[in-house]
Write a protein that binds this ligand. Structure first.
Ligand code: SDX
Length: 428
């Protein structure tokens, strides 16, 4: 493989270094391009642009490969659990038994919220979307733990383990509290004896005198959902976390920015948009075929289909689909009209050239929306669930920026296409 790429531009010939990753990904290093030629690169949407070198996640979109710290997602889904995978993503190795119990103990110890934080969350109007509460509250953690939220161009990582545990532990409690508050329901307190997923379901659904105890299948479906969402390299929200971290901002502020980016329906908000799409199709009396035609005419978008990177299949979608059938069986759900429509859309998209030619396969959000609906998770909590799952990834990626002594502030260039110089008229 050549060590450089030759660029002939104007009257110059330039040799640009080639960077090769540990899995053979290749990049032309253009860091000296502007200084040498006055040109910049242009790549709207960054589909051809590497923003960093990272040791956390590897994706091969053409082959549908996803690995966290070298471990294939299929093996992690089969043999591990969300807390161990969160530890792996953040610290680089699967935990030993001692490390697992210390990490779990930290998360349990940090699960509850202070009284004034509960008052802060309770101050939102009942009509507030839980993602709005989550974004505000994640940033708000810095106010309640100022010693963990110092903004510094040379990040102080002395308290990283505490900040990471608080982000992981509190995101779940804030999420559940935002659900209870917006429904006018009394808040539940975390239970040390419950696991991570079980605690979330307890916080969400227990009522005074009536604890919600999930079936093992439901707890396992939530645990798998969180594990599959734990990390995904430089997606929109994670790139946002890195962007904010690059300015020297603390973990809570950076994660809050990640929550805001994830909320968009083209990204993490797609799981909620999938359910809204299926419900609208059902209410229109359509079995999905009319909607497919509308999508092919560009009048509608098949939410839960397509991916910027996966052009073969989303490995997470395959795994979550498998667990989906088991969860439905344990819930005794046999016929669900939305499920029938979803299956019609999937069958059409996998056979119609419009979708095949554009490589629009079902992505993780297509099935995760269906699973959460079957588990009676409220639709406006779907993307919140995604944020809970993605927190380890955001923590790990923030740390990768913060711990890099050569890290630079992210500041892309642009091509200006606005008005050329003109004078302000005397009488405005
Ligand atoms: C996530 O990046 C990540 O890793 C994200 C994620 C993670 O874990 O962090 O994997 C999570 O965000 C998954 C994606 C969830 N979003 C959706 O399901 C929303 C629906 N999908 C799309 O809007 C779209 O596919 C994207 C946003 C996911 C990808 O968009 P791209 O790569 O910018 O593709 P594009 O918009 O340029 O579309 C290419 C063509 C266009 O048609 P033409 O202009 O060539 O005629 O495909 C069409 C698009 O109109 N198209 C779709 C479509 N997605 C793309 N047409 C109908 N339905 C769709 N879903």
């Amino acid at each position: 493989m050549p060590k450089t790429a030759s660029l002939k531009i104007d009257d110059q010939e330039l040799e640009l270094p080639i960077i090769v990753g540990s899995e053979g990904e290749k990049a032309v290093d253009v860091r000296k391009l502007r200084a040498s030629t006055g040109y910049i690169t242009f790549d709207e949407g960054f589909g051809n642009t590497g923003s960093c070198q990272s040791e956390i996640t590897f994706i091969n979109g053409e082959e549908g490969i996803l690995r966290y710290r070298g471990y294939p997602i299929e093996q992690l889904a089969d043999k591990s659990n969300f807390i161990d995978v969160a530890y792996l993503v953040i610290y680089g190795e699967l935990p030993t038994a001692d490390q697992r119990s210390a990490f779990s103990a930290r998360l349990s110890a940090e699960s509850d919220l202070t009284e004034d934080m509960v008052r802060f969350i309770s101050g939102f109007p009942k009509s507030t979307h839980p993602m709005s509460v989550l974004a505000a509250s994640m940033n708000g953690l810095g106010a309640y733990y100022p010693h963990l939220a110092t903004n510094n161009h040379k990040h102080d990582l002395g308290h990283f383990d505490d900040a990471a545990a608080i982000a992981m532990a509190k995101v779940r409690t804030i999420a559940a509290h935002s659900y209870r508050v917006t429904r006018g329901l009394p808040l539940n307190s975390p239970r040390a004896e419950y696991g991570y997923a079980e605690t979330f379901l307890h916080l969400m659904f227990s009522e005074p005198g009536q604890d919600y105890v999930p079936t093992p299948e439901v707890a396992s479906a939530i645990n798998l959902f969180l594990l599959l969402h734990a990390e995904h390299e430089q997606n929109c929200s994670t790139s946002t976390v890195r962007m904010v971290a690059s300015a020297g901002a603390n973990l809570f502020a950076s994660a809050s920015a990640g929550v805001s980016a994830l909320w968009g329906p083209l990204h993490g908000g797609a799981n909620q948009a999938v359910l809204e799409m299926l419900t609208a199709i059902h209410e229109a009396g359509d079995d999905g075929s009319k909607f497919i035609e509308a999508a092919k005419n560009g009048e509608a978008r098949l939410m839960g289909f397509g991916h910027r990177v996966y052009k073969n299949h989303d490995p997470r979608a395959k795994i979550i689909k498998g667990s989906f059938d088991k969860a439905l069986e344990s819930l005794g759900i046999i016929d669900d009209p939305l499920l029938d429509i979803a299956r019609n859309l999937e069958a059409a998209a996998l056979s119609d050239d419009y979708f095949i030619s554009r490589k629009l396969y079902p992505n993780v959000d297509f099935y995760s929306g269906l699973i959460m609906n079957a588990l009676k998770i409220p639709v406006d909590m779907f993307t919140v669930m995604f944020a809970i799952g993605r927190m380890p990834g955001w923590v790990a990626q923030w740390h990768e920026v913060a711990a890099n002594p050569k890290s630079k502030i992210n500041r892309p260039r642009q091509i200006y296409v606005g008005p050329t110089p003109r004078d302000v008229p005397d009488s405005v």
